[in-house]
Design a protein around this ligand. Structure first.
Ligand code: ATP
Ligand code: MG
Length: 326
């Protein structure tokens, strides 16, 4: 079976790291059809549109999308692209890799963040010059969909269960509905859960990240806490992410366009190549996904390394080294 993969490199180092990940995927014996499309600042300058309709349509119909980064236009690109794949969960691993100077090298977490509602879907109003309000939206259906995904996730990947992070002691209605819905779906599926208040989680994860494994969060909490965890594992350079929908998904590095190093051929391709490994797992190629993860880890540990990790290798050197290990 052929899988159609949309490839949207975007701006800055997206133009360098996305082809590197495609190069790695091409070394595998899988029938992929890569279709490239434009998005971001450069195409906006040319055409007036940061996300051309054909790029949106491609992401909405391809089996999976690999996205690089967009500059000034990031919000105009990535938010509609997440809608194109109807993404309801953002999967963000925060794992300390070898060769990285991490604050907490023992960190190995997976955040499953609700991706459609909470305060980010809320309505903000300015009532008067000096008073503004925000309405928060939490639904049973979105909480259920996330919880079902979390149950499948922990079962498929051999985890003991998951932590539900919330603030239901204060936001009784919204986080109360979130917590109760997620908990009851987990109970029905025989999945163990524990509950952690989001402020307590912030402290506990810094002091001892090993007490957590899979973490299920509402939208805003997941955004903030997964960035906090990114700090624990040594910054953005190596972190992948996945936006999963019911029928398709979009994979992207957590980092942005890195304008300070763009065009020099020295961007670290690891985050995007690990995102490609998540794409493989999503499509059911577990063995190939593991092999890519291992090849990246081995390369991070033994080199060659790009300058951000203290080496002097180019993006291409590192990509080739990963390909050879595969
Ligand atoms: P954007 O607005 O697109 O997010 P930014 O200036 O915030 O751009 P980021 O891409 O978020 O830049 O990167 C922040 C810092 O981390 C920069 O100094 C950048 O060079 C570095 N960095 C990010 N990704 C990589 C990478 N893949 N390889 C090497 N360095 C990186
Ligand atoms: Mg940035």
């Amino acid at each position: 079976m052929t899988h159609e993969i949309a490839v949207i490199p975007g701006d800055g180092i997206g133009q360098e790291v996305t082809p590197a990940a495609v190069e790695v995927l091409e070394t595998l014996a899988i029938d992929f059809e890569f279709v490239e499309a434009d998005a971001g600042d450069a195409v906006k300058e040319e055409t007036g549109e940061a996300l051309p309709q054909e790029t949106y349509d491609l992401a909405a119909s391809a089996d999976a999308t690999l996205f690089g980064a967009a500059g000034e236009t990031a919000a105009d690109v990535i938010l509609p692209l997440r809608t194109a794949v109807d993404s309801f969960v953002n999967v963000r691993p925060a794992k300390a890799y070898p060769g990285i100077d991490a604050v907490r090298p023992e960190t190995d977490l997976i955040f499953l963040r609700e991706n459609t509602e909470g305060v980010y879907a809320g309505h903000e109003d300015r009532l008067t010059r000096d008073v503004s309000t925000l309405t928060r939206v939490v639904t049973e259906s979105a909480s259920e969909r996330l919880a079902e995904f979390a149950c499948d996730y922990v079962a498929g990947d051999d985890h003991d269960g998951f932590s539900i992070v919330h603030k239901a002691n204060v936001m009784r209605e919204t986080d109360g509905l979130f917590r109760d819905t997620v908990k009851s779906v987990a109970d029905e599926n025989g999945v163990e859960t524990d509950q952690v208040l989001m402020d307590a989680f912030a402290t506990r994860v810094c002091l001892d990240p090993e007490q957590f494994d899979v973490v299920v969060c509402p939208n805003l909490a997941g955004d903030v806490l997964s960035d906090l965890a990114a700090g624990l594992v040594g910054g953005l350079g190596l972190l992948p992410s996945a936006n999963i929908g019911p029928d398709r998904a979009l994979f992207e590095p957590v980092h942005g366009t890195a304008p300070d190093i763009a065009g020099q051929g020295v961007a670290n391709p690891a985050a995007t190549i690990i995102s490609a490994a998540m794409l493989l797992e999503y499509l059911g190629y577990d063995e190939e996904s593991d092999a890519v993860h291992e090849a990246v880890e081995d390369t991070l540990e033994n080199g060659p390394r790009t300058p951000d990790l203290g080496g002097d290798a180019s993006t291409e050197d590192v990509t080739e080294a990963i390909g050879e290990r595969l």
